[in-house]
Ligand binder design. Structure first.
Ligand code: TYM
Length: 326
């Protein structure tokens, strides 16, 4: 039986954080066992907000290295830079003609980002390119954190619209989110998700942060004025976030952690969480340091070649169906 296809992408905007890891990357790695996995550093998405070209160029390789360091294995997964496979942009154009503006107007990520970056067409049509990323490989499932749910809904809608109009072509893809970790919150504002663009750098723990920095960030984590370590996402968002995070390393149930730390006091609890994270991230940092930039770039170039071949096969079919065939 042929394997089902999984696709996902990540933006190369600076270093990745533990939210990316818990919400998405751990699933990316696990899914390699049972699926045909395709993972993409979505560098074209990163140009939809103001950016520095040199920084972007460097961040691409850094991101690819980090993906390999967490366990994305290029001998089992197809891994490449989005901009090196032009079929993504081509399909995005075709899907754009089937995307109602109303759907784009509802996108909360657009509204948030446009406040900082301005109301630009690229940012506005970002979700269409994301749908094309997924559909150009006819993916069946997409591992992401829960901030991507709206984008996935649009993707499913576009797949259905296309199939209805031109005949069955695209699977309607499922979203895969972890039970815990689908939305890791900022350490500085537990009501907002942890984000690379957090104004306060202490809000996000980066995969390559030193042990010292990690401990400092957790010690400064915003919690509440009680003393009791207890899981309650609504009333105790900060502490609940800190209870979710140690799963980075242990698969201990939250209830066990609560038992362990219920009377410990927040100070000791925060240090214990920090230590679990430091330990959990150590192998990733070691793997990262062992990787060679030039070799990583070669792997990415090979990935792009294979991805172009695959995407071109799908696009030949799409072009024929929409009347743009040879
Ligand atoms: P990006 O680059 O912002 O994030 C990469 C992945 O990390 C997840 N994530 C989180 N999960 C839990 N808690 C958090 N605080 C957190 N922050 C980020 C994201 O949900 C994502 O899975 N639009 C996408 C990139 C993209 C894509 C695609 C994804 C472009 N094309 C096609 C899947 C399929 C994004 O900006 O992710």
């Amino acid at each position: 039986m042929t394997k089902r296809t999984v696709f996902s992408g990540i933006q190369p905007t600076g270093s990745l954080h533990i939210g990316n890891y818990l919400g998405a990357l751990r699933n990316w790695v696990d899914l390699q066992n049972d699926y045909d996995t395709i993972y993409c550093v979505v560098d074209m998405h990163a140009t939809t907000v103001p950016y520095d070209p040199q920084e972007l160029h460097q961040s691409r390789v850094l991101t690819a290295k980090l993906l390999m360091a967490v366990g994305v294995d290029p001998s089992r997964s197809l891994l490449y830079f989005q901009s090196q496979v032009p079929q993504h942009a081509e399909l995005s154009w075709i899907l754009g003609s089937m995307t109602p503006l109303g759907a784009l107007n509802r996108m909360t990520q657009y509204k948030e980002k446009a406040e900082r970056a301005g109301q630009m067409l690229g940012l506005y049509s970002y979700p269409v390119l994301m749908a094309a990323d997924i559909m150009v490989h006819k993916a069946h499932a997409v591992p992401v954190g829960d901030d991507q749910t709206q984008h996935l809904e649009l993707t499913r809608d576009l797949a259905e619209r296309f199939n209805n109009r031109f005949g069955y072509t695209f699977p309607v893809p499922d979203q895969i989110t972890p039970k815990r970790g689908a939305r890791i919150m900022s350490l500085q504002d537990p009501t907002a998700k942890m984000s690379k663009s957090d104004d306060d750098p202490r809000g996000a723990v980066l995969l390559l942060d030193s042990a010292d920095t990690i401990v400092k960030k957790f010690k400064s984590a915003v919690t509440d004025s009680e003393r009791e370590v207890r899981y309650d996402r609504e009333k105790k968002a900060g502490i609940s976030n800190l209870l979710d995070i140690p799963s980075i390393h242990t698969s201990k149930p939250v209830a066990d952690l609560v038992d362990e730390y219920v009377d410990a006091g927040y100070g000791d609890f925060k240090v214990a969480v920090a230590e679990a994270v430091v330990e959990g991230l150590a192998p990733i940092r070691n793997e990262y340091n062992a990787l060679d930039d030039a070799e990583v770039s070669r792997i990415m170039a090979r990935g792009a070649l294979d991805a172009r071949t695959r995407a071109e096969q799908e696009m030949a079919d799409v072009r024929t169906k929409v009347g743009l065939g040879a």
